[in-house]
Design a binder for this molecule. Structure first.
Ligand SMILES: [Zn+2]
Length: 471
């Protein structure tokens, strides 16, 4: 009897499961967290040296996505771009409506040598514990990629069809410049004449307002990003024996050049994006800071000095200078014939690569030091209009999901894949619905990268909502 009852119950349950639409199976917070956990375990690591990249790990990641998101792979057109880039097209019902593009990259940075044992849980375990999903990529940027796919899978399960065409674009090499991924995907879209209402990529986040004495969180939407330039400084001398040295060896000449660059930082500017940040924040600021911002024409100098004291805010008001590599000398009693250094600059919108190089030469003012740009310098991005429809849509979605947060435009200090999409859209927005404190920000690219289960749920909801709000 008992046994029969059990069998019947089992059959009923099985029939029910078969009858259930995939929707019910697809949904649920545990499922999304489990998806991210599994995504982290596939080690899609970018290395500066392309030969080190484990292509098989990326292909395994693509297989994982195909299995984990059956509806996405059934209803969206999937294209593999340049070997490992992914472009999904979700055809909208109105071919005349401008499409939108959601970006999130597949690759992650390596674990710094000697730090694996510092992690609470192994970096590629995807461990779900203590209310968090742990591991490399949870914050940057698999959290975003998986949240987007979870959102689309659940919308498809509900039978949702967008009005606008939605592209999901995922490069494989953002962490080493995006030349193989985002550059090629953006070029493909441009070649098809795609003009998007907006592109949404990583960049700004939901920040703790405490740093500015604001109780509310700040939803920072990146509307521009800084440019990138590395220059090599080189000094060549005759060399010789160190017993009869000249007044300055190659090392001394090079060192003097670096000292000059550090002594002459690029001038601070309280204009452009950072000015817009303060305009947005003004109602939330209190006391002296608010007064200073209101009277910034008068107090600009004081504000600039205040901002310059903190490395992060200093980087928002000027083109920064950072000597990052130096090398010279082989033996203690031999004069070096050559000394070389690399200095990295991040350009404020308004500055150009050409102007920065000219200023470097002017400041060093020493013909013995040659100045040569390295690699492919990046000009600062254009600035997205905060009055654009796209910015409005993202701002509205922020208000829906993070009603307590203050939205503000922000200058993104690092680089993102989105900068390559300027031919495809005038409205490039850099925002990830992730809540971070100052401490959390160090976890991305660092040790103990993680995202809370609650916040990851919010991320999934955000992307579903931004798609619905964009109708
Ligand atoms: Zn990233």
């Amino acid at each position: 009897m008992m046994k029969n009852f059990r069998v019947r119950k089992f059959l009923m349950l099985a029939a029910l499961l078969v009858a259930l639409p995939l929707a019910a199976l697809a949904a649920g917070p545990d499922r999304a967290a489990e998806s991210l956990s599994q995504a982290v375990q596939l080690q899609t690591i970018s290395f500066q040296d392309p030969a080190q990249v484990d292509k098989a790990a990326f292909l395994a990641f693509h297989d994982f996505l195909a299995k984990r998101y059956p509806l996405v792979h059934q209803h969206l057109k999937k294209e593999v771009v340049n070997g490992l880039g992914l472009l999904y097209t979700w055809e909208g019902s109105d071919p005349k409506a401008k499409p939108i593009i959601l970006c999130a990259h597949q690759d992650v940075v390596p674990i710094a040598p000697g730090t694996t044992q510092d992690w609470t849980y192994p970096p590629f375990s995807g461990k779900i514990a203590d209310g968090f999903i742990w591991g490399r990529g949870t914050m940057d940027d698999k959290g975003s990629l998986i949240a987007i796919l979870e959102a689309v899978e659940s919308l498809l399960a509900e039978g949702y069809r967008p009005t606008r065409t939605i592209y999901l674009a995922s490069g494989q090499d953002e962490e080493v410049g995006g030349e193989q991924g985002a550059v090629k995907i953006a070029a493909l879209l441009a070649s098809r004449g795609v003009k998007a209402e907006y592109v949404l990529d990583e960049g700004g986040m939901v920040l703790d307002g405490k740093i500015l004495g604001i109780k509310k969180p700040l939803a920072a939407v990146g509307i521009a990003e800084k440019g990138y330039l590395s220059v090599e400084l080189k000094v060549k001398t005759a060399g010789g024996h160190s017993s009869t040295p000249p007044a300055h060896t190659a090392i001394g000449i090079l060192a003097a050049a670096i000292v000059k660059l550090e002594a002459h930082p690029f001038p601070a500017r309280l204009t452009g994006v950072t000015n817009q940040t303060f305009v947005a924040l003004k109602p939330e600021l209190s006391g002296s800071l608010r007064f200073a911002i209101t009277s910034r024409k008068l107090l600009g100098g004081i504000i600039k000095k205040m901002l310059a004291k903190n490395d992060a805010t200093n980087a928002m008001i000027r083109t920064t200078t950072a000597a990052t590599i130096i090398g010279a000398g082989t033996k203690e009693n031999v004069l070096p014939q050559e000394a070389r250094a690399v200095v990295n600059f991040r350009l404020l919108p308004g500055d150009s690569v050409e102007e920065v190089i000219a200023r470097i030469k002017r400041v060093i003012a020493d013909p013995r030091v040659t100045v040569t740009p390295l690699g492919v310098p990046q000009e600062p991005s254009p600035i997205t209009d905060v009055n654009s429809a796209g910015y409005g849509l993202v701002k509205r979605t922020i208000a829906d999901l993070f009603p307590e947060a203050v939205p503000m435009p922000l200058l993104v200090l690092g680089g993102t894949d989105s900068r390559f999409y300027s031919d495809v859209s005038d409205c490039i927005l850099r925002f990830m619905p992730m809540r971070v404190t100052e401490e959390d920000e160090r976890r991305a690219h660092g040790t103990n990268e993680r995202i809370s289960l609650d916040n990851f749920q919010e991320m999934v909801k955000f992307y579903a909502k931004v798609i619905r709000n964009s109708e």
